[in-house]
Design a protein around this ligand. Structure first.
Ligand SMILES: Nc1ncnc2c1ncn2[C@@H]1O[C@H](COP(=O)(O)OP(=O)(O)OP(=O)(O)O)[C@@H](O)[C@H]1O
Ligand SMILES: [Mg+2]
Length: 227
């Protein structure tokens, strides 16, 4: 373990969010950022599940940034399909607007949120519907970006009550992403090419936002560590 760092479990991380969310009238928004393949979606689902076990089902739900991928038709029309995954291939205005709606709407008022299908490689409108959930876990690569590259992203941070950055060593990310692209139908060569020329470029951009997170987490054994 790194000197000075603190070990924690998924249950402790969820308890931290519950303590902060309890006693608030409105919704609490946790944002989980990190490079591609870091395990953000896995961590977000884990926190949601822990919260729903501890506080009762329907307490927390995940609102993925990935639901705001532009459709392949639109990316093709704009000549951006090959760059899918970069900050300007997402509907950032739509993401910010719906996150704001979710934050400001009354508990019990349904809000439909798009998800992303890794089978169809397309967003799924209304993939998840929020209702009484007090905690929103939103997760994605670009939650902590400023506006120096693609305008619009800096508005996300203002809608987060707490932000976490999931930090994973590059070689591990690289291995995971190559494996995932191969599972998705690419040849090993094409998978490695995609990782080197696209995913890792995006990863470097995301890594530049790490220092702005409230908490930087690293996977450690069965749990995580921070600090
Ligand atoms: N803690 C972990 N230990 C080992 N493998 C993990 C862990 N978390 C995630 N993975 C694996 O790493 C891969 C990426 O995980 P996940 O989809 O959660 O990452 P992500 O950050 O959401 O990626 P993306 O940015 O592409 O959406 C998956 O194959 C997942 O099973
Ligand atoms: Mg993900």
């Amino acid at each position: 373990m790194t000197r000075g760092s603190v070990e924690t479990s998924l249950a402790e991380l969820a308890a931290r969010i519950r303590a902060r969310a309890d006693g608030r009238a409105g919704r609490f928004v946790l944002g989980i950022a990190g490079p591609p393949g870091a395990g953000k979606s896995t961590l977000a689902r884990g926190v949601r599940d822990e919260l729903n076990i501890a506080a009762g089902s329907g307490f927390a739900e995940v609102a993925p940034m990935d639901g705001f991928h532009f459709t392949n038709a639109r990316l093709t029309a704009e000549g951006k399909l090959a760059r899918k995954g970069e900050p300007d291939t997402f509907d950032v205005a739509g993401y910010v607007a719906l996150l704001r709606t979710l934050r400001n709407s009354s508990l019990g008022e349904p809000v439909a949120w798009p998800t992303y299908s890794r089978e169809l490689h397309e967003p799924v409108p209304g993939g998840v519907v929020f209702d009484r959930q007090r905690v929103v876990v939103t997760e994605g690569n670009y939650l902590l970006l400023d506006d120096r590259g693609t305008p619009g992203w800096s508005a996300v941070r203002r809608l987060l009550d707490e932000s976490w950055y999931l930090d994973v060593p590059r070689p591990i990310i690289e291995r995971r992403l190559v494996r995932r692209h191969i599972r998705g139908g690419r040849t090993p060569e094409s998978a490695k090419d995609k990782v080197a020329h696209s995913d890792l470029v995006n990863a470097r951009l995301v890594e530049s936002t790490r220092f702005t997170a409230d908490l930087v987490l690293r996977k450690y054994g069965r749990g995580y560590r921070f600090g």
